[in-house]
Design a protein around this ligand. Sequence first.
Ligand SMILES: *[C@@H]1O[C@H](CO)[C@@H](O)[C@H](O)[C@H]1NC(C)=O
Ligand SMILES: *[C@@H]1O[C@H](CO)[C@@H](O)[C@H](O)[C@H]1NC(C)=O
Length: 167
Amino acid sequence: MHSFGYRANALLTFAVTILALMCAMASLSDNFNSPSPTAEVQVLNINWFQKKPDGDDEVSLTLNISANLQTLFTWNTKQVFVFLAAEYETPKNGLNQVSLWDGIIPTKEHAKFWIHTTNKYRFIDQGSNLRGKGFNLTLHWHIMPKTGKMFADKIAMTGFRLPETYR
Ligand SMILES: *[C@@H]1O[C@H](CO)[C@@H](O)[C@H](O)[C@H]1NC(C)=O
Ligand SMILES: *[C@@H]1O[C@H](CO)[C@@H](O)[C@H](O)[C@H]1NC(C)=O
């Protein structure tokens, strides 16, 4: 005859096994999801563009960021962190990456959006390299799963250019 303790223990082991199996299936099924996110960004206005007293360039932009990231969401997705970065090359640094905006998308319903905004974080170059500078605006995302590994990817939008003169 089994004692109560033994049966409770067997039940717990069974529950833990099922849970582990579900977690494995959740992260496995995530790998079969091939998402097709889209993003588009327009620079609606250069609000101002100047060299600061310390010599660094700074620009203020008005952006229209639109994206449809709904296909990133599976039943294993807890939330998605997104950020928009300006990326450009300088002789000194190679790739420069300046985060301009970020957000947390809590659900699939919120994953299709457009937002009209000025840059939330300052677009400053460590130097005076921004005049006439070509840059990319890249939407990066980090998918935070309920279980399993975090996953990151991005969409680069190319062909942006800053004015030749301060204004
Ligand atoms: C922003 O972009 C979206 C999608 O392209 C568009 O529907 C919307 O009208 C734009 N908003 C502004 C203020 O330009
Ligand atoms: C901009 O994006 C294009 C295409 O992905 C890439 O070839 C280029 O190196 C990028 N430029 C910068 C400065 O990151």
